[in-house]
Design a protein around this ligand. Structure first.
Ligand code: NAP
Length: 215
């Protein structure tokens, strides 16, 4: 049975997964890039962008886990790009260039229909307008027995969490305060939903936490 997994999802000490005022100049929201400083130097992240170098060790091990046995991704439309509302044209094809680091089908949740986009390297972006369950069904079919990873952003993770559909969620808690933006847990009682912390690994630059759905 395919699992629905979240990996390397970085949050601030005060619980934000993106800073305020997302846009072309601030894809992660203002200050949002500070959440990810633990992952930028890792070999996994560097290799995604064609560099041979990069750090190994616990941070990289967590990054590596996020790509194991993944057959499809789901993401929200705000993670896909800065365009909001109706798509003015077909120009925007994601932040990641011609060969995005997914290499499998990616299902983008949106209320605004758009034709699928075939990219280099095996990534195809499909736009899903009929909700999180429909996106998950399509992702499961595409994954063909492998797992599905939710890339983000915050609203998308929250929706799947509230619906108790996420099986495993790796959070990377970064030692920064954002003070505003998109909050991951506001109004969500993850314990009541049946999630428990099954791993926690403190590093000097980040604390890794894994939440697993019980039962
Ligand atoms: N902290 C991390 O590790 C991490 C990881 C990934 C991304 N991010 C960041 O998170 C931010 C984006 O997060 P976000 O919370 O703003 O948004 P998001 O989850 O990426 O996207 C939300 C949008 O997706 C569409 N959508 C979501 N659920 C839907 C549904 N059920 N049916 C139809 N459409 C649906 C809606 O767009 P429309 O109605 O406009 O179509 C909604 O406004 C970015 O800054 C990104 O860089 C952070």
């Amino acid at each position: 049975m395919s699992k629905l997994r979240v990996h390397s999802f970085s949050i601030s000490l005060d619980g934000y997964g993106a800073g305020p005022d997302q846009g072309l100049d601030n894809p992660l929201g203002v200050g949002g890039e500070t959440l990810h400083e633990w992952v930028f130097p890792t070999r996994t992240f560097q290799q995604m962008y064609g560099n041979d170098s990069g750090t190994t060790g616990i941070n990289d091990d967590f990054a590596v886990r996020g790509f194991a046995n993944i057959g499809a991704w789901i993401m929200g439309r705000n993670m896909f790009g800065p365009v909001r509302g109706s798509w003015p044209d077909d120009d925007w094809k994601g932040w990641w260039g011609d060969n995005p680091p997914y290499h499998c089908p990616v299902f983008v949740l949106t209320n605004h229909p758009r034709a699928s986009i075939v990219m280099d390297g095996g990534t195809t972006f499909h736009f899903v307008t009929d909700g999180i369950h429909a996106a998950l069904k399509r992702a499961m079919e595409a994954a063909d027995g492998r797992d599905i990873r939710i890339g983000g952003g915050v609203a998308t993770v929250r929706d799947y969490l509230r619906a108790r559909l996420i099986d495993e969620m790796h959070l990377a808690i970064s030692p920064v305060l954002l003070g505003g933006g998109e909050h991951l847990f506001a109004g969500i009682d993850a314990a009541q939903l049946g999630y428990r912390c099954t791993e926690h690994v403190p590093m000097t630059d980040v604390t890794h936490v894994v939440l697993t759905k019980q039962g």
